[in-house]
Design a protein around this ligand. Structure first.
Ligand code: CP
Length: 317
């Protein structure tokens, strides 16, 4: 594997999950693979899980790890070419990227959507520049339009808990006070479709995702109807994708909050969320604290998904 930004990069999903379960059983079996190799993790945005799980995964593989928080201590970076740099940005990405590449063997990048310029976000301008100019294998630690390390961990978690070959998985929009990117729901839908699960997506009208990720026939606007017979409920907020109101918050209707009454409509479904989660906006306390909540095992599997990805990148150096 040369890079990891979407489901296609991981190849056969059954093999990837089998490898993940092997890694999970014996995570220190490949400590020689990463010896004298350095991972550079670059964060343009905050993180708890990605930062810790990815660093742990790299350490499991025997790697050295460097972490750069671009907004804390680095020069402010210009990302647009052709800009007269007479403002507060002291360095251009086009110099910064190859310099960073010269200090490491593999680069992980977190760079969220700005939600102001849809073309810029959906062209993935920041991570694509890292792929093009760093001279190193690059993996996404959540980019503008996708969060594949999260979706891989979600897939591993579902495979560990499912009781039927093709579970019904429901991705439900839920309210949040701030505008959030579409990266997690895009990736989740992409990976669930690639796994050939029965995917249903439910949200208020106006929150339709990019049809490259969610086909119109997969949408059910009635949340309660969508929940019927579900094996897994995956809650997430996202902002509008449509051109006319890209990045907007169209609703904060708490009738969409996942609660026990709605979970009772399901096939005793497991509850999932990528975290961090706003309790009693996205999900009620009793549901997230219930025995059917998978949020902690799901977060723990982030170490495993990251380790498989970094392992495969190391194997291809
Ligand atoms: N789920 C996830 O990516 O968490 P962080 O934003 O804390 O890394």
């Amino acid at each position: 594997m040369k890079k990891f930004t979407n489901v296609a990069d991981i190849g056969n999903l059954k093999e990837a999950v089998a490898e993940a379960l092997e890694v999970k059983k014996n995570r220190f079996a490949w400590t020689e693979l990463g010896r004298n190799k350095t991972l550079l993790m670059i964060f343009f945005n905050s993180s708890l899980r990605t930062r810790l799980s990815t660093q742990k995964a790299a350490m499991n593989l025997g790697m050295n790890v460097m972490v750069l928080d671009v907004n804390q201590g680095a020069w402010k970076l210009e990302t647009e070419r052709g800009v007269v740099m007479d403002g507060d940005k002291a360095e251009h990405l086009l110099e910064a990227i190859p310099v960073m590449g010269s200090y490491c063997d593999i680069i992980g990048v977190r760079s969220f959507a700005g939600l102001k310029n849809k073309a810029e976000d959906y062209e993935e301008r920041v991570i694509e520049q890292f792929i093009r100019y760093s001279g190193r294998p690059v993996f996404s630690m959540e980019a503008a339009t996708g969060h594949p390390l999260q979706s891989f961990a979600d897939l591993i978690t579902i495979e560990e808990h499912k009781t039927v070959a093709r579970p019904k998985v429901v991705l439900t929009w839920a309210p949040h006070p701030k505008a959030l990117p579409q990266a997690v729901p895009n990736s989740f839908a992409e990976w669930m479709n690639a796994a050939d699960y029965e995917l249903v997506v439910t949200h208020p009208k106006g929150y339709e995702l990019d049809p490259r990720f969610v086909r119109p026939e997969q949408i059910e606007y009635d949340q309660r109807k969508a929940f019927e017979g579900a094996d897994f409920i995956y809650a997430k907020n996202w902002s509008a994708f449509a051109d006319e109101n890209y990045g907007a918050v169209l609703s904060t209707d708490r009738d969409w909050t996942v609660d026990a009454e709605k979970m009772a409509l399901t096939n005793n479904a497991y509850f999932m969320h990528c975290l961090p989660v706003r309790r009693n906006m996205i999900v009620t306390d009793d549901v997230i604290e219930s025995e059917r909540s998978l949020v902690i095992p799901e977060a723990a599997n982030r170490e495993i998904s990251a380790q498989v990805v970094i392992k495969r990148l190391l194997e291809n150096l």
